[in-house]
Design a protein around this ligand. Structure first.
Ligand SMILES: [Zn+2]
Length: 261
């Protein structure tokens, strides 16, 4: 899909979301079919409403309940729920519509099987050190090597190093990557618990729970673009915004750079 078509679809999605029910399903097509493309080494196919992993494990994709509240979906998202909201990659950085949180619906069983359960030590064994911005910062951060996350983050780092210093400044020091904890408001594991997320410079970050209201962003567009090209979504595109946060969710970014070798 070209960038222009993609932008047109996402513009329609954004327009629709401003007038429709806050979290009604509105993604065009069947997002499930994107899973084997997004996780080629781990997900073999999707059949009979089940996601089939390369090791033969099957997970029911569940259903979308249009009557569920946003809190219910955040706490008990099915795999289908993960595709309720189209992630507006490449769109302008503007305040999201009410409850528009594309990517905050995560099915726990799905990610537990992809990356492991950190409480059982299953995530740690796949962590790999990435030197974050070797010329600007040089601190090591730990992320999972599963699904090429570490390789993609290294590619992101190399591209950010090429930005002018005033833009690059928002990216370091990293405020954290892997930590075995839940999201504060939902009790569900965050992508940090899977070693598949990074927080950037705390000094220029804005978070809905701290500010308690109006969206604000100080993260440069150039940094968001680089992450999105490498399979990471940005927390600044959420109504419940978290502008220093990026997480690896290639199933929500159907057009992206191929994984580095
Ligand atoms: Zn974060």
């Amino acid at each position: 899909m070209t960038r222009t078509i993609r932008l047109a679809i996402f513009a329609a999605v954004l327009t629709a979301s401003a007038v429709a029910q806050p979290i009604a399903p509105r993604l065009v097509g069947d997002g499930l079919t994107l899973l084997p493309v997004a996780y080629p080494g781990q997900i073999k196919t999707v059949a009979d409403n089940a996601v089939v992993f390369a090791d033969g494990f099957r997970l029911d994709a569940g259903t979308i309940d249009p009557a569920a509240s946003i809190d219910q979906v955040i706490r008990h998202a099915s795999i289908r729920d993960m595709f309720r909201l189209g992630y507006p990659a490449g769109a302008p950085l503007t305040p999201p519509p009410l409850n528009f949180d594309p990517g905050r619906f995560r099915n726990k069983a799905f990610f537990d099987h992809l990356y492991g359960d950190c409480r059982k030590g299953e995530v740690e064994r796949n962590l790999e050190a990435v030197v974050w911005l070797p010329q600007s910062s040089g601190r090591r951060v730990m992320v999972t090597r599963v699904n090429g996350v570490a390789a993609q983050l290294r590619a992101v780092s190399a591209e950010i190093e090429m930005l002018p210093p005033p833009l690059r400044r928002a990216a370091f020091p990293s405020a954290g990557t892997y930590v075995c904890r839940s999201v504060a408001d939902s009790g569900q594991p965050s992508m940090h618990a899977y070693g598949a997320a990074i927080d950037l410079n705390l000094a220029v970050s804005d978070y809905w729970m701290w500010r308690g209201g109006a969206w604000r962003n100080r993260m440069p567009r150039e940094i968001v673009d680089i992450f999105e090209r490498h399979g990471f979504i940005w927390g600044g595109r959420w109504f419940h915004y978290d502008t220093m946060h990026f997480e690896y969710r290639p199933e929500l970014l159907p057009v992206q750079a191929p994984p580095p070798p």
